[in-house]
Write a protein that binds this ligand. Structure first.
Ligand SMILES: [Zn+2]
Length: 505
């Protein structure tokens, strides 16, 4: 192909993929609607809509003519330089295509069925604490994911890596394990030191009843202040907070409010707004193409954790925010910045991941990463899982679940087939601390800016060093370029120690 032929072929491919993205974003809209209050009797028709659209998307994604265009493009001069948006899009689309045709349809169908059944059984077995009822389907799901890993793993030394790769492209579990182990070896004693301390925050300043309408207003106002663009997005309520993109200028964030937990709604908003800011900062002209996607789940999570924790749980954030919160909640009138800051940063080993504080959270993730890798590698059976889970909690957090409901059955991930997903949460925390350190080196005193409610310099730095790249670079290359360093747990440990140790005398 000469240059003009390859450009014409790229244009044809671009148009085709953008058309597929119309279907995908419509599907996302239906899913958003499902999570924000679909009438009970509408569920069945909605399932038909979703199944029909998913089928159309699958047909388009596996169309052999489309696959042939991608092969031609991958061998054309447009595939270089490799980090240009055009080349990155060709590479990303070819990768997705190869993966979707590599897996036998029979395996895809069996897995889709198993994870649907798995989630149904899990939701019934969990409240009854009935692991025996969940075990057969969990075994089937693990076996199916291992089968998939075996097919995909011809490009990976380790089976687990081919699953991890679906969420964190090119990540290697042995490299991650080195950094995670380093983190664990320092986190376990830090958590012990904090929890053994005689003094520390008691959570009283944030206890009580907080008017939900006021919480909604404060959350929306804070999201606006940090830079979330409400002309290109919305904030709504749901059971499990999330963020979704329905178009290049349509980003939806969802949180939930509790009268008796003022922090849930606000931090749910800050977390999801962090994801939303990333989505709003991606290049819109590449919407639907890899150059317009987020780099990985870990990088995505770094954005949410950075705004939620590193900004939102800082003393300087409360210097700025407390007067605004006091206007809405009279019970905060006599609360000081130091008190609310300390109470929002309490460290307490607990059994439930989603309720964990910033320090112990990573220990919940590390043990899940270790266990799921052992399951896929065949070094652990599903029968042995509950006791391995308990042992690991005891050694990392010093507590043991009394039953499987608060133990191995607490998360939906494995029931939903999501194996290889957990490590992206802690990668997000590690990346966030590395990014913050790099941003401070360049911008100077970020805490002082936060104390003034001036969030724009930090957001612009993230736009420039992370968001604008889409997925043109591999996640590790993107992070190394932005932070000028390799993956390291040091900035995260330094941040946690600096912030938490003084709170515990
Ligand atoms: Zn998140």
């Amino acid at each position: 192909m000469n240059t003009s032929q390859s450009q014409a072929l790229f244009q044809k491919t671009y148009d085709y993929v953008r058309e597929t993205s119309l279907l995908e974003s419509t599907l996302a809209l239906l899913e958003w609607d499902e999570q924000t209050g679909i009438p009970a009797h509408a569920a069945e028709f909605r399932a038909n809509q979703v199944a029909f659209l998913s089928g159309l998307i699958h047909q388009r994604a596996t169309n052999c003519d489309y696959g042939a265009w991608l092969s031609e493009l991958a061998n054309s001069e447009l595939a270089h330089p490799s980090d240009s948006p055009v080349a990155a899009s060709i590479r990303g689309l070819k990768r997705d295509f190869d993966k979707s045709v590599q897996l036998p349809l029979d395996l895809v169908t069996r897995t889709a069925r198993a994870v649907t059944v798995g989630q149904q059984i899990w939701s019934l077995a969990k409240p009854k604490n009935d692991y025996a009822a969940f075990l057969p389907i969990l075994k089937e799901i693990v076996a199916l994911r291992r089968e998939e890993a075996t097919i995909l793993s011809k490009n990976h030394a380790c089976k687990y890596d081919s699953l991890l790769d679906q969420y964190e492209e090119h990540a290697k579990s042995d490299e991650i394990a080195v950094v995670f182990t380093e983190l664990r070896e320092q986190l376990v004693p830090l958590v012990q030191r904090l929890t053994n301390s005689k003094s520390g925050p008691d959570g009283k300043s944030i206890a009580g009843i907080f008017d939900v309408a006021q919480q909604q207003e404060l959350s929306k106002w804070v999201a606006t202040q940090i830079g979330f663009d409400f002309d290109r997005g919305r904030l709504d309520e749901t059971v499990h907070p999330f963020c979704t993109t329905l178009g290049p200028h349509d980003h939806r964030i969802l949180t939930r409010y509790f009268e008796d937990s003022f922090s849930s709604g606000l931090y749910g908003t800050l977390h999801e707004a962090g994801h939303g800011l990333y989505e709003q900062g991606l290049p819109t002209e590449w919407f639907g193409m890899p150059a317009g996607y987020a780099a990985s789940l870990g990088v995505h999570e770094s954005q949410s954790r950075l705004w939620e924790n590193m900004v939102g749980r800082s003393r300087e954030f409360w210097q700025w925010c407390l007067p605004h919160a006091q206007q809405r909640f009279p019970q905060l009138k006599n609360v000081s910045v130091d008190q609310i800051f300390a109470d929002l940063n309490r460290v307490e080993p607990s059994l439930i991941r989603i309720e964990a504080d910033e320090a112990t959270y990573n220990l919940h993730i590390l043990l899940r990463f270790e266990l799921e890798k052992e399951l896929i590698d065949g070094n652990l059976t599903c029968e042995e899982l509950p006791s391995a889970w308990g042992d690991r909690y005891e050694s990392y957090l010093g507590i043991r679940p009394k039953d499987d409901r608060e133990g191995v059955m607490q998360d939906v991930h494995w029931a939903a087939g999501l194996i290889g997903y957990f490590p992206t949460y802690t990668l997000g925390n590690i990346f966030a601390a590395q990014l913050m350190a790099a941003a401070e080196t360049e911008l100077g005193d970020i805490p002082a800016m936060v104390a003034n409610g001036d969030f724009a310099p930090l957001l612009n730095w993230l736009r420039q060093h992370v968001h604008s790249f889409g997925s043109c670079l591999k996640p590790t290359d993107l992070m190394e370029k932005a932070t000028q360093s390799k993956l390291s747990s040091k900035p995260l440990m330094a941040y946690l120690t600096r912030k938490l140790v003084p709170l515990y005398g």
